[in-house]
Design a protein around this ligand. Structure first.
Ligand SMILES: Nc1ncnc2c1ncn2[C@@H]1O[C@H](COP(=O)(O)OP(=O)(O)OP(=O)(O)O)[C@@H](O)[C@H]1O
Ligand SMILES: [Mg+2]
Length: 394
């Protein structure tokens, strides 16, 4: 249902401003808008008891809509507020995109300063809180469930990358953005949010900058964003799904802390199977599991061009294309860069890799960067550019 004819009245703007808003929304038909009051009733005044999570954009609440549907209601924080027209235009694009492996956007609220997104509620939370939640979840992920999740995520991403026009680069593929329905079907969330955030947010939002451990080196260091950066993040996620562990775990011995380093080492020793989650108690298809890990390595190769497209990844995961005859190059790692930041300044601990970047890049996009190894979120002050020319050639 479209509520735009009445939108300006509900937004409570002055008459002059209302005409502007009416103009802006004139061509938009597929987005449902909710009043702030309705969402407030749905969440019992955004009460803490209904809060189901908090991310870089703001808080997420569970609520029951007027039509009885349960929804996840994401209240964007003050920094992410932007013009009504721009917000609605982007929402319009996102709301038209439908795929079984993408979270469905029900609609939005743009009232006064409020910017709220209303999504289909997914019963089984995110992969981060369940599979990688350190045993706090009662869910069991069999090998079959993991393989379905990996293939589903790959399909959703292939759809965003290759079928939607213009293509959408997610920019933040990670375990907390993979939500699970009651049957453990995976749904990629936040796939349109990158587009909704004003450019100045790149300086403050961990989300826009990405999340450490999933960031492709060329994106992290040079701000060069193409679909290949998503493919890198997918590769990391794939290895997490097979191994059941987070990409970075500082409690492990140093040589095992970074999952990609570990995967590469085991690959070279032809012992990839040792990485498969021990909680499966050996109940998995070893050939398939090792194939998935090799695909993870293919996706995370240092040279973006060498990473396969997502549609090829889907075919490799489903066994339609063989992986065995593919040469796999060493993964691109920013752990050296992370190491540098955690353990000392470039002055006290020079490192060839990062110093060559900083030396050669006074005009480069990094000005300053910080991260916390505990939260594994990463904030870097760079201007993100969507590198279209690079994308075409990759
Ligand atoms: N549609 C949904 N259904 C059920 N739970 C959801 C839904 N959307 C979000 N959540 C929950 O809210 C949490 C916060 O989501 P949000 O996207 O705001 O942050 P995040 O993914 O953890 O981090 P980031 O902001 O970096 O994406 C999620 O981890 C998930 O547990
Ligand atoms: Mg999210």
């Amino acid at each position: 249902m479209t509520c735009f004819p009445r939108l300006s009245r509900r937004l409570g703007f002055s008459t002059e401003r209302s005409y502007e808003v009416d103009d802006e929304v004139a061509g938009i038909h597929n987005v449902k808008t909710y009043s702030y009051k309705e969402l407030s009733i749905a969440t019992n005044d955004f009460t803490f008891a209904n809060k189901i999570g908090e991310g870089g954009f703001g808080s997420v609440y569970k609520g029951r809509l007027k039509n009885g549907k349960i929804a996840a209601i994401k209240v964007l924080s003050a920094e992410s507020r932007q013009g009504v027209g721009e917000f609605l235009t982007e929402i319009n694009v996102i709301s038209e995109i439908e795929h079984e492996n993408l979270v469905k956007l029900y609609g939005c609220c743009v009232e006064g300063n409020h910017r709220i997104l209303v999504y289909n509620y997914l019963e089984n939370n995110s992969l981060a809180q369940t599979l990688l939640g350190g045993g706090h979840s009662s869910l069991h992920f069999s090998w079959r469930a993991r393989s379905r999740i990996a293939i589903g995520v790959a399909r959703g991403l292939a759809f965003l990358h290759e079928e939607v026009r213009p293509h959408i680069v997610h920019r933040d593929i990670k375990a907390s953005n993979i939500l699970l329905d009651k049957d453990l079907n995976p749904k990629i969330s936040d796939f349109g949010l990158a587009k909704l955030i004003p450019s100045h947010m790149t300086h403050v939002s961990t989300r826009v900058a990405g999340t450490i451990g999933y960031l492709a080196p060329e994106y992290a260091i040079r701000g060069q964003l193409t679909r290949k950066a998503d493919i890198y993040s997918f590769g990391v996620l794939l290895v997490e799904i097979v191994s059941g562990r987070c990409n970075t775990n500082t409690r492990l011995p140093i040589e095992e802390q970074y999952i990609l380093e570990r995967t590469w080492e085991l690959y070279e020793r032809r012992e990839l199977v040792a990485l498969v989650d021990t909680s499966l108690n050996g109940d998995f298809d070893a050939e398939q599991a090792c194939r998935f890990l090799k695909i993870g390595l293919l996706c995370t190769q240092d040279t973006p061009k060498l990473r396969p497209s997502m549609s090829i990844v889907v075919q490799m995961l489903t066994g339609q294309i063989s992986v065995d005859n593919r040469k796999i190059m060493k993964p691109g790692l920013i752990s050296d860069f992370m190491d540098l930041k955690v353990r000392g300044s470039p002055k006290t601990k020079p490192h060839s890799k990062i110093s060559s970047y900083t030396a050669s890049s006074s005009s480069d996009t990094i000005d300053n960067s910080t991260f916390s190894s505990e939260t594994t979120t990463y904030a870097t002050t760079f201007t993100t550019t969507y590198d279209k020319s690079a994308d075409v050639s990759m």
